[in-house]
Structures are given as structure tokens and as C-alpha cells.
Design a protein. Structure first.
Length: 253
């Protein structure tokens, strides 16, 4: 059963066509890798799903609902979270506080009751405990009270994943999570993505340039070029597709 269905999505910026009738689907529980050369439209598609961009045409159906009708601030409430290629962390806040911020969208106290501190203390304690558990599960427990500033890049990447998980998503969008990591850190990240998918019962859409990681952990791969889908299938099928090979390596013609 499909969790997400992208149906004939097009995005135009003036005279530039960023997406041109793109369609694909992601099954519940899958890790789907979205690949393509620079300028293929991967990030544009990502931003359509997370409601940063409004498409010119098409639908994005998530659990039977068209996300195009949902404002950006309503996405988290539907169980959708994302990480960012450029880290969007609070450097002077502790790791624990950064993760607690990620849980804010799922709070139930509300602004008025929070101001009056009606029920806020209990919710804050529950959020703190949950954030601490997430950091422990991602191997960051021993440093949870340290500020994010000055920590290794690989550690900060795991912190951003923990913060996304704090929103208790069903669907996690990961925007080039391996960017800037060493080879060893990339391998570790791949293992982490599979682990959290299984542990938190997630579906993952992964935009990534590290092909070895994408092909090693994805259940499904969608390859793009110039805003269009050129291949879709298992990693083995997509790697062997002549259009994908030509897009990445060029042809002798």
C-alpha cells in the first residue's frame, strides 16, 4: 500500500521548468532514494512534499490526502518531518534542548495554557524524557547536556535526525544527510537510517548524492533528469538502466 503518491507534479519558476509531470509512489515502510545529477529537480520535489514550494500542476497524495491543500505549518501534524542539508540547529543550546524543540509541533498544551503554565510542567517533563531517550538511542546520551556548538559534523547530523524524530513522524524526508561526512561516517549513517526506519516504523524519502549508501539501504530508487523520472525500481534495476547510466556518465555518441 502506498503511503505517498506523486501524481504528474510540475513546477515552473518563470520560464524554467524544474519538474515536468513527475510521478512515483512510496510504499509504507520503504526507504526510497531520489537520485539524479545536479539540477535534476530532486530538491524541488523534496520542497513540494514538505510544502515549501507550490507546484504548478499535479497532486501529492499522503495517506489519502492531497498535501497541496495543506499549509506548510500543518505538515508536522500529519506525521511528516524532515532534516536539512545545511544544518538548522541552535548552536548555543544543548543537544537535549535542540531535540526538545523538535517535539514542539506535537505539544498539546497550547499557547494560552502554556502562558498560564496549566499542564505545561508535565508536558515539558515528558518531552524532556522522550528527547533524552532519542539521544540515547542515537548514541548521543553521554553528551546530551553539551551545547551543539563545536561538535563534530557527524555528531550534528545525528542530532538533526534525533530532532526530526522528536516530532514522532510516520514519514521522514532526509535532504542529503551524508553531505560533508567522511566515508566511515557515511557507512555509519546508512546503518542508522535503516535502524530508525525499523525501530520507529518509518517511511523514508532520501535525497542523496552518495550512490553507494543509497543503493545499499534503499528498497526503491527513483532516478530523475531535467525534472522528469527516467527510472524507478529496485537499486539493482535502476543501476542497470541505460538512461541512468547515460545521465551520470554520458554516452559515447
Amino acid at each position: 500500500m502506498s503511503l505517498l503518491e506523486v501524481q504528474d507534479v510540475s513546477v515552473r519558476f518563470g520560464g524554467i521548468v524544474a519538474l515536468d509531470g513527475l510521478s512515483f509512489d512510496i510504499g509504507a515502510g520503504q526507504i526510497c532514494g531520489l537520485i539524479g545529477p545536479n539540477g535534476a529537480g530532486k530538491t524541488t520535489m523534496f520542497n513540494v512534499v514538505s510544502r515549501i514550494y507550490q507546484p504548478s500542476a499535479g497532486k501529492v497524495i499522503y495517506q489519502g490526502r492531497n498535501l497541496i491543500d495543506v499549509p506548510a505549518h500543518g505538515i508536522a501534524r500529519l506525521g511528516i518531518a524532515r532534516t536539512f542539508q545545511n544544518l538548522a540547529l541552535f548552536p548555543t543550546m544543548s543537544l537535549l534542548e535542540n531535540v526538545m524543540v523538535g517535539a514542539h509541533s506535537q505539544g498539546k498544551v497550547g499557547f494560552g495554557r502554556a502562558v498560564l503554565r496549566i499542564g505545561a510542567h508535565r508536558e515539558n517533563r515528558q518531552t524532556r524524557d522522550f528527547a533524552g531517550d532519542l539521544l540515547q538511542q542515537l548514541g548521543l546520551g553521554p553528551i546530551m547536556f553539551r551545547p551543539a556548538m563545536g561538535l563534530p559534523f557527524g555528531t550534528l547530523k545525528r542530532l538533526e535526525i534525533a530532532r526530526a524524530l522528536a516530532a514522532r513522524p510516520n514519514f521522514l524526508l532526509m535532504d542529503e544527510p551524508a553531505s560533508g561526512l567522511t566515508h566511515g561516517e557515511v557507512d555509519e549513517l546508512g546503518d542508522t537510517i535503516v535502524k530508525i526506519r525499523d525501530q520507529f516504523d518509518l517511511t523514508v524519502l532520501l535525497v542523496e548524492h552518495h550512490m553507494s549508501m543509497v543503493m545499499g539501504i534503499s528498497d526503491k530508487v527513483v532516478a530523475m533528469e531535467f525534472g522528469r523520472k527516467i527510472a524507478e525500481g529496485t537499486p539493482t534495476e535502476v543501476q542497470a538502466d541505460e538512461r541512468v547510466i547515460a545521465a551520470y556518465l554520458g554516452t559515447t555518441e
